[in-house]
Design a protein around this ligand. Structure first.
Ligand code: AMP
Length: 336
């Protein structure tokens, strides 16, 4: 394993950033690309050395592709589309080294276990309601495995919730009913380095969501709206919030270490609402690189505080792999 010389990823989500960063750190690069998306990735051959064309990402488990990746001495970098497109069963079948803690990827697949991890970490989270009758405040209703907020809706009380569920033909036991937090959304991009044994804050963003972020353009009250993510907007935090942000990040690192040893490796994101009293409430996490980091392909105001060079999250991953190779410690960044 100490022979890694290539960084490979699925051509989607944050692949351009990952592969550009890999090249900057001196690695060979491979994009595993859907035939219909070749038109995009072919444009970036100056930092993508090899494109493996597939009709379905699941082909990655095929023997010939695995063999090629082994021959190229590749490590695979997971991102948001990784579990979604491959499915947990296929990830288990991949023999090529995968960056990070595979057990966290599997854990992340279960919405209830995710919420449990957040609760156990001691980070402030929204109250969860298992039964409609218990609802005593405004709530947001989410679907398991919902992609980018699609289909979420809000209700002001238990009666309204009951009516909306009946109207939509939904069963409460299949849904996540969470306290609605009033404030502004914020997404914090962290990186935990097992090699340097430190937690870094690499950036922050806001998701631009349709329709909720467009409502102010319509001069009449709107009853129902959606939260579909369509883009990301950069964010710099009020500096006095940093104490809470670092505290939450550290708590997350400790909780994953206890529940899913050796814990989170590399990038992760806490997804939160900041209330007007400046309390941050975390409603979700991602245990890998998030698409919001694509904003900072040349680094962010925070990454600049650690590195005197442009450092995207993609490049930071490659840097960690390089450090692990140098220290003969790849077992610290490839687990499971
Ligand atoms: P998610 O898919 O969990 O990232 O959520 C999508 C969007 O729903 C977020 O960006 C927020 O705008 C909103 N949201 C999710 N959970 C809550 C909550 N508990 N309170 C208020 N807004 C929320």
């Amino acid at each position: 394993m100490s022979e890694i010389k290539t960084i490979a990823t699925l051509a989607s989500h944050s692949a351009l950033q990952i592969l550009k960063g890999a090249k900057e750190e001196g690695f060979e690069t491979i994009a595993i690309c859907l035939r219909r998306r070749l038109g995009v990735y072919e444009r970036f051959r100056h930092f993508i050395d090899r494109i493996i064309v597939v009709d379905d990402f699941k082909e990655i488990v095929n023997k010939d592709i695995q063999k090629e990746l082994f021959e190229m001495r590749a490590i695979l970098i997971p991102h948001g589309s990784f579990v979604e497109y491959l499915g947990i069963e296929n990830i288990e079948r991949i023999e090529v080294p995968i960056f990070g803690n595979k057990k966290l990827m599997i854990w992340e697949h279960d919405a209830w276990r995710k919420l449990e991890l957040l609760e156990k970490s001691g980070i402030r989270t929204p109250k969860l309601f298992r039964k409609i009758d218990e609802v005593d405040r405004p709530v947001i209703v989410k679907f398991h495995g919902a992609k980018g907020g699609r289909g979420y809706f809000v209700a002001r009380n238990s009666e309204e919730l009951r009516n909306k569920l009946a109207e939509k033909g939904l069963d409460a036991s299949q849904l996540i009913i969470q306290e609605y937090i009033f404030g502004t959304p914020m997404y914090f991009h962290y990186f935990y380095s097992p090699i340097l044994k430190r937690l870094e804050l690499l950036g922050a963003d806001i998701r631009y969501e349709s329709e909720v972020d467009g409502i102010k353009r319509y001069p009449y009250p709107v009853e129902d709206y959606t939260f579909t993510v369509v883009g990301n907007i950069p964010l710099v935090l009020r500096e006095s919030l940093l104490e809470q942000v670092f505290d939450y990040g550290e708590k997350f690192v400790v909780a994953t270490r206890n529940l899913i040893p050796p814990g989170v490796i590399g990038p992760f994101c806490l997804e939160a609402i900041c209330k007007s009293n400046l309390e941050i409430v975390v409603f979700e996490f991602s245990g890998r690189i998030v698409a919001g980091t694509n904003l900072y392909v040349r680094g962010s105001p925070y990454s600049w505080l650690y590195f005197n060079e442009p450092m995207s999250t993609g490049r930071r991953i490659a840097r960690e792999i390089k450090l692990a190779i140098e220290k003969n410690a790849l077992n610290k960044i490839i687990v499971g």
